[in-house]
Design a protein around this ligand. Structure first.
Ligand SMILES: C[S@@+](CC[C@H](N)C(=O)[O-])C[C@H]1O[C@@H](n2cnc3c(N)ncnc32)[C@H](O)[C@@H]1O
Length: 228
């Protein structure tokens, strides 16, 4: 699922908000910022994110940019932070997506994981976590926390599988070193990770509703942890 926008491990950041987040959280990785109009880009940054104004202008090159904000950028991928997979290497839950199919869903998970202060987001399966569509879905917040691909056995810590048929999540205190295992859109959590579960937990739903979208389930669980 890689395409030309990820050639040479450079990630395309489409639009001001994605560029802003990359500049804010990992400025050294942002190689160049393409702006349709330096004056318009400066005005946008001054209004929405004055903290990144100087960083943006220092990298700005004037080019036609096919995005409503007139801003895009190219950034390097950070090296995969494998420490977050170790129990001792994290102080906030790791979200483990089991073979997600939708790049938009995966991006939305990264976005809420960054917002809630999760330890990181790992994904099994064939979707590249740094695919441009995933980065678009996260609004560039890939640069705010570790985001990486894993094979199942690589991950340590209490494995809390999220499943609509599990035990009521309200009865459980979510540990900071938890691995929150979230299933794919169709199949849910696969047998490999399910077999390793320390607990299977459900967000209660009104009768008749079969499941939540996976990104909204992650949001609810992470904020349950954050607001505890
Ligand atoms: C769209 S659901 C998958 C539905 C799938 N048909 C199934 O039977 O599991 C995607 C993932 O979101 C999470 N999820 C959805 N609703 C949930 C709920 N009420 N409680 C806990 N996790 C939920 C689960 O991890 C699930 O595997």
């Amino acid at each position: 699922v890689r395409d030309d926008a990820a050639v040479d491990d450079l990630v395309a950041l489409e639009g001001f908000h994605a560029v802003k987040h990359a500049l804010r959280f990992a400025p050294s990785l942002v190689r160049s910022v393409e702006v349709a109009s330096p004056a318009a880009a400066a005005a946008l940054a001054q209004r929405l994110a004055p903290d990144v104004l100087d960083l943006l202008l220092a990298r700005a090159v004037t080019r036609p940019v096919d995005h409503p904000t007139g801003v895009r950028a190219w950034a390097g991928r950070p090296p995969a932070d494998l420490a977050v997979l170790r129990r001792a290497g994290r102080s906030a839950p790791l979200v483990l997506l089991d073979a997600p199919r939708s790049a938009g869903n995966a991006g939305a998970v990264v976005r809420v994981a960054a917002a809630a202060g999760a330890g990181g987001v790992a994904m099994t399966g064939t979707l590249d976590p740094w695919h441009p569509t995933v980065v678009r879905g996260s609004a560039g917040l890939h640069f705010a926390l570790p985001v990486l691909h894993v094979t199942e056995p690589d991950v340590e810590g209490p494995m809390l599988v999220l499943d609509g048929d599990g035990d009521d999540l309200r009865d459980v205190d979510l540990p900071d070193d938890a691995v929150l295992v979230v299933g794919s859109e169709r199949a849910g959590v696969g047998p490999g990770l399910r077999a390793r579960a320390d607990a299977v937990l459900a967000l209660p739903m009104r009768p008749g509703v079969s499941s939540l979208n996976l990104a909204t389930a992650v949001a609810a669980v992470l904020y349950r942890w954050r607001l505890r």
